[in-house]
Design a protein around this ligand. Structure first.
Ligand code: PLP
Length: 423
């Protein structure tokens, strides 16, 4: 199935803005906000960085998911971006939720979502959090070790459990199997313990890591999942009925990965023999990365020469661009508003490498006093930026505001302007 470019993504592959269809609305929202700020007279912080979020983009991506992965129900990984508007939009489109903690569960329940639609997908949970899940009717959760089973037996014996297995995530940018997942060799002892404790094992889960370049790991993980189904059956446990294929899905490779995943599900879980098995996934970044644009203003500048300067902006790696440190992202700065040129959202206004059009070299720094707070060591701009100009970063909705810190006193207010390009 190929994505229909008339409804949006992923045009970035062709060198165009991913928000091609919603470009004008995003532009209008950015412009309106920037025009309202007078740098000469505004209150402290009125010119803080801000996001524009296109909820229409999220809807398009949700519809596309159904189109390409019809057998797989998505449980949005709230940790990726826990904004209430996102939760509400996805909830209204038959999306369920993957929560990692008490407060994420609380947030999703507060949006009116039934606890049946939540999976507490954290293999090592605090006992008090397990009690909280029990009290609030959240039954589905993951585990990968014996000690967790004893806690669950004690505090939430009605749990519906999914055994998380390890994957080969060596090609992934963000690896998770170094921390979680049980080796196949260790599965038998866990199955025996489940049986002994009389717990309710309903399925298997895995996560192949995020930003993987080798998609054959998905096939291997589904195959391993099927092995665990068979191991459970051979030990006389009730038939497993759920396979959770985790997260790590990205907008630019989703079509390719979906082909691999569908083929693996059809092969290892054929409809004829496994029609009662349901498939779920825990996508985070897929739904939100491309829906967000971040605008930040230039607050300082040091000229190194006529063609090179250090630019200081009011967001950085301790703020919304923590994704540089924690999520291996490389946000691309683009000129958003250049006060001498009245220039907005010029896609060709910057380049990673020096070229004829972009030959003004900058390094871009965040606002804290820490030397680590560097957004880009080297970038090439079309124009020499000045204090009061604005830059923007696309595709910046995943693992950004969710992990921003108030380090150096820069409180994170998370100012988001919502638009809906689907309306
Ligand atoms: N599920 C689990 C258990 C995770 O730990 C994560 C991310 O850390 C996700 C889902 C979401 O991953 P992504 O945002 O890459 O889809």
């Amino acid at each position: 199935v190929s994505y229909n470019p008339t409804v949006g993504l992923p045009l970035s592959k062709q060198g165009q803005l991913p928000h091609q269809q919603s470009h004008h609305k995003i532009f209008a929202a950015l412009k309106e906000k920037i025009d309202s700020i007078n740098h000469e007279t505004c209150d402290a912080g009125d010119e803080n960085s801000f996001f524009v979020c296109d909820l229409g983009e999220i809807s398009r991506l949700r519809n596309y998911w159904t189109q390409i992965l019809p057998r797989v129900t998505p449980f949005y990984a709230v940790k990726c971006n826990p904004n209430i508007e996102i939760i509400k939009r996805l909830a209204s489109m038959s999306t369920n939720f993957d929560c990692a903690s008490k407060s994420e569960i609380e947030k999703v329940l507060a949006c009116g979502v039934d606890p049946e639609r939540i999976i507490y997908a954290n293999p090592c949970k605090a006992s008090s959090f397990i009690r909280f899940a029990a009290k609030n009717g959240v039954k589905k959760s993951t585990f990968d070790n014996i000690d967790e089973l004893y806690k669950i037996k004690k505090y939430h014996p009605e749990s519906e459990l999914l055994l998380r297995i390890v994957t080969d995530d060596s090609s992934a940018q963000c690896r998770l199997s170094t921390k979680y997942g049980c080796e196949l060799d260790d599965v038998p002892v866990l199955l025996e313990t489940v049986k002994e404790l009389g717990l309710n094992l309903i399925g298997v889960s895995f996560h192949v890591g995020s930003g993987a370049s080798d998609f054959s790991t998905v096939t291997q993980a589904v195959k391993d999942g099927r092995k665990v189904f068979d191991m459970a059956e051979s030990r006389g446990l009730p038939a497993l009925k759920m396979l959770d294929v985790g997260g790590g899905y990205q907008f630019d490779t989703i079509t390719e990965v979906a082909d691999v995943l569908n083929a693996a599900l059809d092969y290892f879980f054929p409809q004829e023999t496994h029609s009662d098995v349901s498939f779920i996934a825990e996508p985070g970044r897929y739904f939100v990365a491309t829906a967000f644009t971040l605008a930040a203003t230039v607050i300082g500048k040091r000229n190194n020469s006529d063609s090179e300067s250090m630019i200081y902006i009011n967001d950085g790696v301790y703020g919304n661009m923590n994704c540089i440190l924690f999520d291996h992202q490389e946000p691309s700065p683009r000129v958003l508003y250049h006060k001498n040129r009245f220039h907005y959202m010029d896609i060709n206004s910057s380049s990673k490498a020096k070229c004829d059009a972009c030959n003004y070299k900058v390094s871009i720094w965040g606002p804290t006093c820490d030397g680590l707070d560097c957004v880009s060591k080297e970038y090439y701009m079309k124009y020499d930026l000045d204090i009061g100009d604005w830059v923007h970063f696309d595709n910046i909705g995943a693992y950004t505001c969710s992990a921003a810190t108030p380090f150096n006193g820069f409180e994170q207010t998370v100012d988001i302007i919502f638009i809906d390009s689907a309306l």
